[in-house]
Design a protein around this ligand. Sequence first.
Ligand code: SAM
Ligand code: SF4
Length: 467
Amino acid sequence: MPPLAPAAHPPSPARRYAITNFGCQMNKADSERMAGILEAMGYRYEEDELAADLVIYNTCSIRDNAEQKVYSYLGRQVQRKRHNPHLTLVVAGCVAQQEGESLLRRVPELDLVMGPQHANRLGSLLEQVESGQQVVATAEHHILEDLAKPRRESTVTAWVNVIYGCNERCTYCVVPATRGREQSRTPQAIRSEIEALARQGYREITLLGQNIDAYGRDLPGITPSGRRRHTLTDLLHFVHDVEGIARIRFATSHPRYFTERLIAACAELPKVCEHFHIPFQSGDDQVLRHMARGYTVSRYRRIIRTVRQYMPEAAVSADAIVGFPGETEAQFQNTMALVEEIGFDQLNTAAYSPRPNTPAATRADQVPEAVKVDRLRRLNACAERCIRHRNQRYARRVVEVLTEGRNPKDPQQLMGRTRSNRLVFLPAAGHGLGDLVPVRIEAVRPFSLNGCSLSEPQEQRLLSGQR
Ligand code: SAM
Ligand code: SF4
């Protein structure tokens, strides 16, 4: 039983909350749901976390540096709490799940430590805090169907969780330990959320899962042909006709389970965007085996080839890790070669970071830090070259852009994305948020494109013929 907190926090409708998010899209989606719960309880959003009465750090433990950042942020709040005992401090997310009660020993000023599976329970957990308890919520938990309306950052694009957790056992990864077993939402619940989003004016949704290809494998039902009744492919068909939604994306795909049936559905369903995030992690078969990823480099190549056969314009992004234990220079070169060969549109790279309670962390053949840093530098340079090259294909082309917001650096410009997920800036005049605008690309930058919208009907036709 955790010790009692020194002070109770009387509920007050005027209390202000701040949520700082670390980590992946899943965390961002969880933060939006937690914000929705707080607003339903009468809390008001506060931009400045040093002025808030309730501070939530929604943490990431995927790499050590993400974890350490949280402790430095917490230090400032602990100082505040010494002068303001009514300040409520919450650590949510993967560090909370990983550290549990030991986080309270390290930071006794915390009021609530809650794992990602408990995000939807924030309201009842805060009630316990208000009754004077210090609370730790990290037990394996059946995730409640989303009850609160999330406070979404965007008014145009929205994340929709379709599967929580991960049953894979990649030997470097903490996610299965921090996010628990897979739990798929029902297709009906997902569709209802998307219909509600469409009624609110949202135009694009991204279906989210750590391993989204696993969607439905924990739901009952087999088709007469012996297939699972609920798969990502079936889900895409099921939600595709929601009126008002113009674009559908999904992430993250796993090469072990990515099927041609899914690729064919993406090509067939016009709202599904031609962008695929398929992490490969390493370009070397032996390293992949040691990572327990369950596929080979040639399978990965085949997947990309098939995607491009069905959708020649498709963009492909990925994640890669360098310096996995035992990785030799020759194995690292295989990763470099794969990056050169595939032509990624985006690549997230990371140096391997040993994580608590993962098999790879206990290996004796850890790669020295300096070697990892050097490999990361070389891989980033290689990826940047390839991405720049790939970006050139947009020059002078007409692309469809969904406008998502103002350019924070230039209010005269809007920013939006192509179907392939490329960031585009365009003059704001004549357009609102959530518009689908045909844009002619005039300048290609390393991470974005600049263009102007078209008015000529002939050029508009150009666009409609592109898909
Ligand atoms: N489920 C996704 C998959 O299987 O690719 C990725 C989820 S993970 C939150 C995001 C990325 O973090 C991974 O793709 C991997 O590249 C990186 N990552 C995970 N564990 C890591 C570790 N111990 N060290 C470095 N990078 C790591
Ligand atoms: Fe981690 Fe592997 Fe699951 Fe991705 S598939 S979340 S890398 S265990």
